[in-house]
Design a protein around this ligand. Structure first.
Ligand SMILES: Nc1ncnc2c1ncn2[C@@H]1O[C@H](COP(=O)(O)OP(=O)(O)OP(=O)(O)O)[C@@H](O)[C@H]1O
Length: 294
């Protein structure tokens, strides 16, 4: 189990992580989402031991990863860039990983290269962006680590490569009790594959919930009143306006759903309809800032 306890980190005078707490069980795929610059990559770097926290701790199976580097054998971090490896050939990178990771499975690695039709004798700089992303994924899962940390693994990839990567991650997790933490801006991917949604806002964890719970704690409705949205509704703290076109309002209700629907109905709407909801709606409603009216 991964446990992040009270982690804070200040970089160049800016508080980037502010008392972050997080627990992830084995067999879980967790999606870490948040707006640009809120600290996702920094959190992943702290969890993977690249950065030390100023306060707090990160433990894996109750071993502090910053004070026991040996535990890093059981975890692997895939950054959002392959810059550092681009001068090396596939063979050199495999030798490096094999030397670092006790359980690195060379046979498995080459079988995956075959499966995904990646070349075995080239330098990484000759790979396309999609090939590099797949390569890194294969490399990290071949370490046989139990905790896999992926920073934006599908950024800029075409839909087929993306699907291959996601399918591969799901397969690996279903075969072993892995714990996968993925930072991404692709909410539809989180919706498809993750069990847990972690929302981060300005260096703080806004919420950690199962995808199901996240969805059941919100309701999206479209509503039309004779005039504008009644003040009584607009002022409700658990109601966000996702969109407004003329007198048609799309509202997100967070918590206290039935009682809030009653209040909306008591104001005699001309029309009210529940709409299907995506994680993107939850993201905008929870992390979108002060005004959500487009
Ligand atoms: N090495 C660094 N030097 C200076 N500032 C940094 C450094 N690393 C991160 N920061 C700052 O910390 C904040 C969080 O950055 P981080 O990369 O963790 O955000 P992020 O949520 O991953 O963003 P994005 O979604 O855009 O990738 C930003 O304001 C960033 O400028």
């Amino acid at each position: 189990m991964l446990k992040v306890s009270n982690v804070s980190k200040t970089i160049e005078g800016k508080i980037v992580l502010d008392n972050v707490n997080l627990t992830l069980e084995p067999g879980t795929i967790a999606g870490l989402v948040g707006r640009n610059g809120v600290g996702k990559s920094t959190l992943l770097r702290v969890i993977s031991g690249i950065l030390d926290p100023d306060h707090g701790s990160v433990t894996y199976n109750e071993t502090d990863i910053h004070h026991n580097p040996q535990i890093k054998q059981r975890m692997t971090y895939v950054p959002d860039s392959t810059e550092i490896l681009k001068g090396y050939s596939v063979k050199e990178i495999v030798m490096l990983y094999d030397a670092i990771y006790e359980h690195f499975d060379v046979m498995y690695f080459y079988s995956l290269l075959d499966r995904f039709k990646l070349p075995k004798n080239k330098k990484l700089r000759t790979f396309s962006k999609g090939m590099k992303a797949l390569f890194l994924m294969i490399l990290s899962f071949s370490t046989k680590a139990e905790l896999i940390i992926l920073d934006e693994p599908t950024n800029g990839l075409d839909p087929i490569v993306k699907r291959n990567i996601l399918q591969f991650i799901i397969e690996e997790v279903s075969e072993r009790q892995l714990c996968v933490l993925i930072s991404t801006h692709h909410l539809e991917e989180v919706e498809k594959m993750a069990d847990v949604l972690i929302m981060i806002k300005e260096g703080r964890i806004e919420s950690t919930t199962s995808i199901e719970d996240a969805k059941s704690s919100f309701r999206k409705v479209q509503v039309v009143y004779k005039h504008s949205l009644p003040e009584k509704i607009a002022h409700l703290r658990n109601v966000n306006i996702l969109n407004q076109t003329g007198r048609v309002y799309t509202l997100m209700i967070k918590g206290n759903i039935e009682a809030t629907l009653d209040k909306i109905n008591q104001e005699n709407p001309l029309f009210i309809e529940e709409l299907p909801m995506t994680l993107e709606d939850i993201f905008i409603s929870s992390l979108g800032g002060e005004s959500h009216v487009s």
